[in-house]
Design a protein around this ligand. Sequence first.
Ligand SMILES: CSCC[C@H](N)C(=O)N[C@@H](C)C(=O)N[C@@H](C)C(=O)O
Length: 351
Amino acid sequence: MEKIEQLRAALARRGLQALWVSDPANVRYLSGFTHPDDGRLLVTPGAAVLYTDGRYTVQAQEDALPGIEVVIARPLEAIEGAAPAVAGMKMGVEGAHLTVSALERLKERWQVQFHPVEGLVEELRLHKSADEVAGIRAAQALADRVFAEVRPQIRAGVRELDIAMALEQGLRQAGATSAFDVIVASGVRGALPHGTASDRVIEDGDLVTVDFGANLNGYNSDMTRTVAVGQPADELKRLYNAVLEAEEAAVRAVRPGLKAGDLDAVARDILAGHGLAEAFAHSLGHGVGLVVHEGPRLAQGSEDVLAPGMVITIEPGAYVPGLGGVRIEDLVLVTEDGYEVLSHSPRETLA
Ligand SMILES: CSCC[C@H](N)C(=O)N[C@@H](C)C(=O)N[C@@H](C)C(=O)O
């Protein structure tokens, strides 16, 4: 019940008594329910009730964390049944997730004051428990194993799609799923930061960016490697070595207490020094957990502060239309005295 108590304290700080949790990642985090798309959680001062329907009677009871009460009901029955218990309360709803029509359904049935809130549960999710870190570590270890198996297939004559399928199959065979559509961007397609695998055939001299993650028991990993096939042109090698320098420096700089915006600047300044400021077209990284992109934000100007237990990515890139691109990404745990890199797939060295 520790998470629920933390949530109640956060609600009280905002003058609220209850929260209707509809974001699936938040439902899962607070209740343990492993099919959270079909679940809602109502947290009040006296109870935390998971509502789901008859398809999940057994699963919800098995999953529910201690202190979570499970009610099996159809969605409208669920909210009608809860009406007496919430009457008169100041009720938070998740503004970034609840649809307008879902809010209308609640308004028709509950005599409460509704207050849209953002980031309440997400704030709790920033700091991973030891169990959560173990889950992310396991997902990344599995992704590292699959990458090692597939790495020899990244060669001239093979389609990007074949690499993506081999990675997805490896993840599936090991009991995981793909955390997101696998990115395989080779040659000039490397200039697309999110170039999901196409039928392009990899050529000699290409750099190939492979970005993928495992979702294992709900927790995600995220890693990118850029691989050289044959001898890339000098300009591509220059790009690669600049990104590698920026990535390694940013990883080394990770420590609790550091502002995420300042960490972003470590990598951005190095790339700017190589004339690649414009080419680094996205943020340095993000938190990873039940969702691939969650807090903290490692971006220009971000005021988020790193703390032990956060799991983040460090992923500078450089993308040059007509030439190609590079991204190198590691998954990093912020520790009490610095950091631990959770991704162990070797990075290329290009002389
Ligand atoms: C669609 S999930 C893609 C995962 C990938 N590893 C990734 O995080 N790519 C980054 C370039 C990215 O999308 N960063 C976001 C946070 C951004 O810069 O806005």
